[in-house]
Design a protein around this ligand. Sequence first.
Ligand code: PGA
Length: 250
Amino acid sequence: MTNNNTYFVANWKMYGNSSSIKHIAKVISISKINKYKKVRIIYCPPYTLLEQFVKKTKKTNISIGAQNCHYEAGYGAFTGFVSTKMIKNSGCKFVIIGHSETRKEGDTDKKINMKIKSALDSKLKVIFCIGESYKDKKNKKTNLVLNNQIKNGLNKIKNLKNVLIAYEPVWSIGTGIIPKISNLNSQVKKIKKFINSKFKNKNVKVLYGGSVSSKNIKSLSRIKEIDGFLIGGASQNQNKFIDIIKKSIN
Ligand code: PGA
């Protein structure tokens, strides 16, 4: 059951411009209401808007995160990339790593592992995405794929205190299709069990992402094992985002 410590991560992807900041005003107001004070809202706009979002949310309990990073922690000759040190310096607290859309653009498990290490070294919290494709699911390879992504992505990382897992079945992202509620609960349970067996960590938080909307949030928020949501499309409209937050907090 969702409680008021739940994470709501707004992944804006490649959307937003210099006037988008006004579209978070109502969310800022909501976050100040007692009932929602403990709700963990994390906005992840594109790089170009990070500093603007950091400034606007400074005196609130809303955090800002980047959607990706380079694995090189500091500075270097990497045209077009942004390092974890630069993200940290812009005032961000989080970074999304391993999203299926960046995996499609060349993120391998090894690169993801390097990025996670770099982010943790730069004192950022990581939202580490994992998820099986529709083909994996059809071939009954979901557990194998997820376990490999976890094992390789977190290779040689001892402390998972600053790592959140986001389970995002690739076939659910942007499709309007979500897994069956009962399947989702047991899948998240399996992910937690595997992490505990490999990394001796019982407390890792697992978020769900993929077509979360104000229509399905009531049933999703009843899933015991889920600690929050990674929301793409619906997070860009603040009324929908607020509706999702309100409907999942009792
Ligand atoms: P969606 O995206 O909510 O639009 O399906 C989720 C994500 O990609 O993180």
